[in-house]
Design a protein around this ligand. Sequence first.
Ligand code: AQP
Length: 346
Amino acid sequence: PKTVFSGIQPTGIPHLGNYLGALANWVKLQNGASPDDRLLYSIVGWHALTLPQDPKALRAARWEMLASLLATGLDPRRSIIFHQDHNPNHTELAWILNCLCPIGKLKRMTTWKAKLAASRNANDESEVDESLLNAGLFTYPVLQAADILAYRATHVPVGEDQQQHLELARDIADSFNRAFPKPKKIFPLPQHMIPPSKRILSLRDPSSKMSKSSPDVQSRILLTDEFAQIQAKFRSAVTDSQLGVTFDPVNRPGVSNIVTILATCTDKSSEMVAELYTSKGHAQLKMDTAEAVESLLRQPREEFKRLKSETGYLEEIAKEGARRAREISEGTMTLVRSQIGLAQST
Ligand code: AQP
């Protein structure tokens, strides 16, 4: 049987990239799972703290994310849905794994390199403003490894952008197994499950991915957007001045991103969609894509509106999810503590 684990940060309402790159796939996995497979989906609040968060906004975002996960079709009877910060086993294991992870490996993470690049002194490229970088940002991938390994997960469905972090989690699992092999190797090496859809790009700046934390709200379609907002955002999406539609992500990233979105929503290949639109205008492509997105998001949006105010129900789901998650991770931690010599051998 499989143990599937994945997480999402409570940093805002999920966007179309999160939906196509992660959430829709989580639901598909859940609905195709066999009865003895285990599925865990976590709202990773500790990861969110690596960037400054307003406490009131964070509190709201945690509940909104839980409502979003349920609205997209995750079913608490089949999946364990929980807040990471309700299970201290994650941070306990993260500390132990930090002590096994060479800093050289963390320095090679592209996410870390991007943060470093962003904090370079504008006048002197070799100078990094270290006051902009906290230790949590550096060890973020170790906490992610702990999230996965605490449940001895075998499969991790996350976007392409997370591949390097997953490789690190495999490396850390292997290091632990080698360092503490007795009486048994505890961790399976988790496999990356890349969703069929590719990275969705920002509608305003197709050189970066669609992201919850971009300051430009026009750059992303939210799960809660009404049809009129979806249409307006596609209308103002950045394309190019070339006539017609082709799928050419390198030279025409804006148009190609919209083609990818329409293709993913309609279960076609990007090449096939581009062919259908060769002689049509950008406006037509944008409006048809808005409609395809609307038909995908309408139901989750309505369900989100209904669930948002059901605070008692959401609290119950979170509590039960945390209880079930802890029950599993305690089993792992009992073995871990014992094998590394922190607790009585059982
Ligand atoms: N643009 C994207 N296209 C496809 N998949 C995406 N994911 C994120 N953006 C895209 C996938 O969504 C899952 C959850 O992401 P996350 O919340 O852990 O953080 P992130 O990857 O950093 O996503 P955001 O939306 O850009 O959040 P912020 O702005 O807060 O950093 C992951 O599986 C990710 O691959």
